[in-house]
Design a protein. Sequence first.
Length: 395
Amino acid sequence: MYTENMQLLQVNQTRAGQETHSEHVLRQVRDLIREYGGWIGFDRYMHEVLHSPEYGYYSTGKVNIGTDGDFITAPMMGNVFAECLARQYMEILENLTCPDLAVILEFGAGTGQLALDILTCLDRESGLPGRYMILETSGHLIERQRALFENSASEFLSTIEWVQDIPRDITGMVIANEVLDAMPVKRFRVKNSQSIVELGVGLDQGLLSWEEGPPLETPMLARVRELGLPAGYQGELGFQAEYWTASLAEALEEGVAIIIDYGFPRREYFHPERSDGTIMCHYRHESNMDPFLRPGLQDITAHIDFTSIAEAGRLAGVEIAGFCSQASFLIGNGILDLAPSELAASSQKMLEITRQIKKLTLPHEMGELFKVLALSRNYPHSLCGFSLKDIQDRL
Ligand SMILES: C[S@@+](CC[C@H](N)C(=O)[O-])C[C@H]1O[C@@H](n2cnc3c(N)ncnc32)[C@H](O)[C@@H]1O
């Protein structure tokens, strides 16, 4: 039989030096659950273990992005991804009524590598924006981003600005790569056609466990009922990502927001194959579906229902400028021209670029699961990222 101490022992088997942290997180979460009468929503749990300023995975420096970390993202594979986004920015820049006002705003910049590579590319093309703003919620990652620029590209420090709130009247381009999947989600369980409950976190003999909470209320209930899901189905609703989209949409004055993440349009998202939802956790490049393992030491994510993001954007007054797979978006922005270009100064470099292109575009790698959604305001132009394919009718 498992006991509280046994769960701590299991935590103890993780990397030396980190067990104390995970024990601490576990105790904090247990206290919180007890304080709330034995149950908290999954969104609250996810917020605590990922984003609590005191002990969250992202806030405390436990997040480790890269080959020697927990997971890898497109910007960490090399500069090909950034080259494509820079090309997209240059096209947008040409169509703005006041290009002098153009900025780039990047949400959740992680290590800062994407910002650095985009700026390097735009500098080469004489297209530097007036400002490259970063809105990052993790104090630890802000330090890491600042150190990257101080140590390897101090010439860009006068262009970079770290902001705490979404700036008003954004003109230019907004980027959010793998940011929405880290935002807390609510979970639900369909018991039968009459009863749909919120699924949260409770304690079973002191261990974190899935527990049913109160019946769903509107608007969650209406949303789930509409889907006609069978009894037993469990899934997620990403309200925080929707609120974020609405705030961003309201702040966009002229230009395009590019949202890149793994996910599906709603009809595919709530597919019978995903009857247990889309929660995925990452620890040292291994994935699991147990968000109660190693609290505070592993990343927890949920896939994106892109239909809900598009709806939140439309409600806030922006248009859908395009939706497609990451592969289509990068090909539309010329990724396939990069290998034989002057960037590939040697055959070694050409091989390296080809490796990146394959990772980013092949269907069994990141090419199809990752999607790109573009929201625009006062920008009545097509985008080269969607020149190959635009499947927004599937949203
Ligand atoms: C999975 S990492 C991706 C990092 C980076 N974009 C990349 O592609 O390598 C998620 C990033 O989003 C940040 N983040 C999470 N929630 C956020 C929010 N609400 N606003 C801004 N950044 C956020 C995290 O601190 C982290 O930098």
